[in-house]
Design a protein around this ligand. Structure first.
Ligand code: PLP
Length: 496
């Protein structure tokens, strides 16, 4: 550097190189030994506050070398490790290691992917990433879209586009309260909680949500859906959208998307698919039919930080006609000079979503898609599904476990004590108490991390495998751990 300005933030090239090498060494070692660690230390907030200390904002600086070496130790030894092979909780994947390198690279160049002029090549990379994601799930590469922080944001981004497209045209100026008819939306009762947030945030209110019952297979009951639309029309409401779920958060069930698409066509409604979890499974040729109808979706939410193994945060909204995003989000303040000399080709991402200044989250997704390729994803996603089936199968065979559901890569099961009297309502209540206590024990124990689901009033342990590090041996050991801890918890509760 020839610049002779001295600042407390700059790091010399030599120092950056030395510290960077050390950091990469310790990260490599961490990844290499992750399976020997506990999934979590189960430490309390109080214990962790003690470790990081309670001092006030530092007045003077500290050396970068010291900070990074201490902080890597802190994070490696006191975090919940969702990259651990026995982490099957919620829907967070093990993160692709190339994603960590991509984030370092992205932060170094630091393009602002809000406007094309501020991020010329990064914008092109994001456009290509979006196009590849559309190809990945088997819809037309003509879908446009944007990378966002995750599933909630991907669904919100689409929701607002649907509102703009289907609500009365004056809504942007006059607001919802001046709409002549009550706007209503439809989704299955298993839809993720984002829908309630969206209804609140975008002015429709939670009473605008029609929670449609599910059928025996846990899919949205499309006859009830159609009847609900007819009733609303008769009562003077204005239906605007239907949400189909492609992999519900609790049990992984995919709605009958083809039938929903047809209902949306009949009643001129926006068809949104929440594929945040499950839609990447559409890459597997044998599963293609499960997702039939997706190609008619007006918008799709998918989440690279779930089943495409991207590090957090990476979600994506795809929209069949990207002009709907521009109509919803574009603005042209005088202080923006973002039109390009090649006007027709300019794509400014600030016109596609909520953010103006935007980071380069596409890079990690773009690089991972290239590292792995379609065939690599078919292999990993296919194996995750097989492992989930194995978990279900082993639970079914075990006399102290009850296998409840298995769809995509989600299995639900519960511990049922040996020679337990299976009849009676009271026993169901006890089994729910027992399995909830067991889940809490497992989550803090550090051997395995599962989450929970309520299925047909049964409190279940839920394993969701979006984890390329999980193996057959892990699944066999997880079964042993659940049974061992289940027995202990049953004895403990019996003594009370
Ligand atoms: C079906 C579905 N939609 C939306 C979300 C929300 O995603 P995020 O947590 O990335 O906001 C989830 C999360 O698990 C999900 O499973």
């Amino acid at each position: 550097m020839t610049n002779n300005r001295k600042t407390p933030i700059e790091i010399s090239a030599d120092e950056f190189r030395n510290i960077g090498y050390q950091l990469i060494d310790s990260i490599s070692n961490f990844i290499d030994t992750i399976e020997e660690k506990r999934v979590t230390t189960g430490e309390s907030s109080k214990q962790l506050q003690k470790i990081i200390g309670t001092s006030s904002l530092p007045e003077n600086g500290t050396s970068v070398k010291e900070l990074l070496s201490k902080t890597s130790e802190l994070l490696f030894n006191h975090s919940l490790l969702n990259g651990h092979p026995k982490f099957l909780g919620y829907i967070t994947s093990s993160a692709a290691p190339i994603g960590a390198l991509a984030d370092l690279l992205a932060a170094t160049v630091n393009p602002n992917v809000g406007a094309q002029i501020l991020s010329p090549v990064a914008t092109e990379i994001e456009k290509q990433t979006v196009k590849w994601l559309a190809e990945f799930i088997g819809v037309s590469p003509g879908y446009g879209g944007i990378l966002v922080s995750g599933g909630n944001m991907a669904n919100f981004t689409a929701f607002l586009a649907a509102r703009t497209a289907k609500a009365p045209k004056n809504i942007k100026e006059d607001g919802i309260s001046n709409a002549s008819a009550k706007l209503v939306i439809y989704c299955s009762k298993t839809t993720h909680t984002w829908i309630e947030k969206a209804a609140i945030l975008f002015g429709l209110g939670t009473k605008s949500i029609r929670w449609i019952q599910t059928d025996a297979t846990n899919k949205m009951d499309n006859e009830i859906l159609e009847q609900a639309i007819k009733n609303d029309l008769k009562n003077g409401c204005k239906p605007i959208m239907v949400v189909g779920t492609a992999g519900d958060v609790s049990t992984g069930v995919v709605d009958n998307l083809k039938a929903i698409a047809s209902i949306c066509k009949t009643y001129d409604l926006w068809f949104h698919v929440d594929g945040a979890y499950g839609i990447p499974a559409a890459v597997i040729p044998k599963l293609k039919t499960l997702f039939e109808g997706i190609e008619n979706a007006d918008s799709i939410a998918l989440d690279p930080h779930k089943w495409l193994y991207s590090p957090l945060e990476a979600g994506c909204t795809l929209v069949k006609n990207p002009n709907h995003l521009i109509e919803t989000y574009s603005s042209h303040p005088v202080y923006y000079n973002f039109s390009n000399k090649d006007e027709a080709l300019t794509q400014n991402y600030y016109e596609y979503g909520f953010q103006n200044s935007r980071g380069f989250r596409a890079l990690k997704v773009w690089l991972t898609l290239q590292q792995v390729g379609r065939s690599g994803y078919i292999k990993m996603i296919g194996e995750d599904i097989q492992l989930s089936k194995l978990l279900f199968h082993l639970a079914k065979k075990h006399p102290e476990l009850e296998a409840i559901t298995q769809n995509l890569s989600i299995t639900t099961l519960r511990y049922v004590p040996f020679s337990y009297d299976h009849d009676g309502e009271k026993n169901e209540t006890y089994l729910n108490t027992l399995n909830e206590a067991l889940l809490n024990e497992l989550q803090y124990g550090g051997e395995v991390f599962l989450s929970n689901a309520m299925v047909m009033e049964k409190y279940c342990l839920r394993g969701c495998i979006v984890n390329f590090r999980t193996s057959k041996k892990d699944i066999e050991e997880i079964i042993e751990i659940i049974v061992r801890e289940g027995k202990k918890m049953h004895q403990k509760l019996q003594k009370k």
